[in-house]
Write a protein that binds this ligand. Structure first.
Ligand SMILES: Nc1ncnc2c1ncn2[C@@H]1O[C@H](COP(=O)(O)OP(=O)(O)OP(=O)(O)O)[C@@H](O)[C@H]1O
Ligand SMILES: [Mg+2]
Length: 289
C-alpha cells in the first residue's frame, strides 16, 4: 500500500511553509533531471497555482477524485519539463469528504499513484498537504507515503508544535519515515537564533530524525517577487542573473539582494533531502535482504 519514492510535505498548521517547500523542491528535482509528480492535496490549490496552473482550467481537483473514487487512470498536468501536477480544486474537498466514510480509502488512494509508478512515468512523487487535522486526504497521504518532510519556522509555539508529531503519526498508524525537519524563515543574520532553533528541534525529535543543516532564510520580498514573476525561485534567480547591470543601476529592475542566497539554500536543501532518501533506501534494502 506504500507509495514508493514519495515525499510527503506536511504536519503543521496553516502558513508553516508546506506549499513553499513542496513546490520549490519538486521544481529543483525536476530541473536536475528527475521526473517529478507534485500532488496537490489541498482544496485551496496553492501548489497548483505556484506552478502557474489555474485549477479551473484543469478539472478543479476532478482528476484525483475520479481516480480514487472510480478507478480512472490519474490525469496529471504538465507544468514544466519533467514536472507534472495533480491539480487540486473544489473537488478535492468532495473527495476528502467522501473518504471519511468510504471503505478501502488508503488502498484506492495509493493505487492511483502506484499505477503511474508501475508505468514508470515518474521518479519521485511530492505531496503537498493542507494544514494538519483538516482533511481525510492528508491522513491518507500520511498512511501511504514513504518519507515525511516537516517544515517549521522559528518561535516557541512552532517548535513546540513538533512535540505532537509522534502522537499524530501514532494516531494515524502511519509507518512513514521522518526524513527530517526543515527550519524555514529564519533571519539570515541571526546565527545564534539559528543554532538555538536547531538544537531545540533536535531535542524535541530526540533521535527520531535530525533537523536539516540547511536553513531557509526569511526573505519575503525575494519570495513574493518570484511569485509575481510566476517563476520558481531557482528560475527567477537564473533570470535575475541575466538582468544587465545598467538596468539595475538605472533602477528599472530591482532585484532583492538576498534572492541568490535564498535560491541557493533551496538547492542545498534539495541535495540534503536526496542524500537522506538515498541513505534510507540503502538501509531499507539491507534490512529486508
Ligand atoms: N523564505 C521566505 N521568507 C519569507 N516568507 C516566505 C518565505 N517562503 C515562503 N514565505 C511566505 O510564507 C507564507 C506561507 O507559505 P505557504 O503557503 O508555503 O504555507 P503553507 O504551510 O502551505 O500554508 P497552508 O497551511 O495554508 O497550506 C506565504 O505567504 C509565503 O509568501
Ligand atoms: Mg499550503
Amino acid at each position: 500500500m506504500t507509495i514508493d519514492h514519495s515525499v510527503v510535505v506536511g504536519i503543521g498548521k496553516g502558513g508553516s511553509c508546506k506549499t513553499t517547500l513542496a513546490t520549490q523542491l519538486a521544481a529543483i528535482w525536476s530541473s536536475e533531471g528527475k521526473r517529478v509528480l507534485l500532488a496537490d492535496l489541498d482544496t485551496q490549490a496553492s501548489a497548483t497555482k505556484v506552478c502557474g496552473l489555474e485549477p479551473n482550467d484543469h478539472g478543479d481537483g476532478r482528476h484525483l477524485m475520479d481516480s480514487v473514487m472510480y478507478g480512472d487512470k490519474l490525469t496529471t498536468v504538465k507544468a514544466r519539463d519533467r514536472l507534472h501536477v495533480v491539480v487540486a480544486g473544489k473537488h478535492t474537498k468532495t473527495l476528502s469528504h467522501h473518504l471519511v466514510t468510504a471503505e478501502g480509502g488508503p488502498e484506492a488512494f495509493s493505487q492511483s499513484f502506484n499505477q503511474l509508478l508501475e508505468a514508470n512515468q515518474f521518479d519521485r512523487i511530492v505531496f503537498d498537504l493542507p494544514p494538519s487535522g483538516s482533511s481525510r486526504l492528508a491522513d491518507m497521504a500520511m498512511q501511504t507515503g514513504k518519507y515525511l518532510l516537516v517544515p517549521t519556522s522559528a518561535g516557541v509555539d512552532n517548535i513546540e508544535g513538533l512535540r505532537v508529531l509522534a502522537e499524530e503519526l501514532e494516531l494515524l498508524e502511519s509507518n512513514i519515515l521522518l526524513l527530517g525537519v526543515v527550519l524555514m524563515r529564519i533571519g539570515a543574520g541571526a546565527s545564534r537564533k539559528r543554532a538555538e532553533a536547531q538544537k531545540e528541534v533536535s531535542d524535541i525529535l530526540d533521535g527520531v530524525a535530525d533537523p536539516f543543516n540547511t536553513v531557509i532564510r526569511e526573505a519575503s520580498t525575494a519570495y513574493d517577487d518570484s511569485r509575481k514573476a510566476k517563476l520558481f525561485l531557482h528560475e527567477y534567480a537564473e533570470w535575475a542573473s541575466t538582468v544587465s547591470i545598467t538596468n539595475q543601476i538605472k533602477g528599472r529592475i530591482q532585484i532583492p539582494t538576498n534572492l541568490t542566497d535564498l535560491a541557493h539554500e533551496f538547492y542545498e536543501l534539495a541535495d540534503e533531502v536526496d542524500d537522506r532518501i538515498a541513505l534510507a533506501e540503502r538501509l531499507l534494502e539491507t534490512s529486508t535482504s
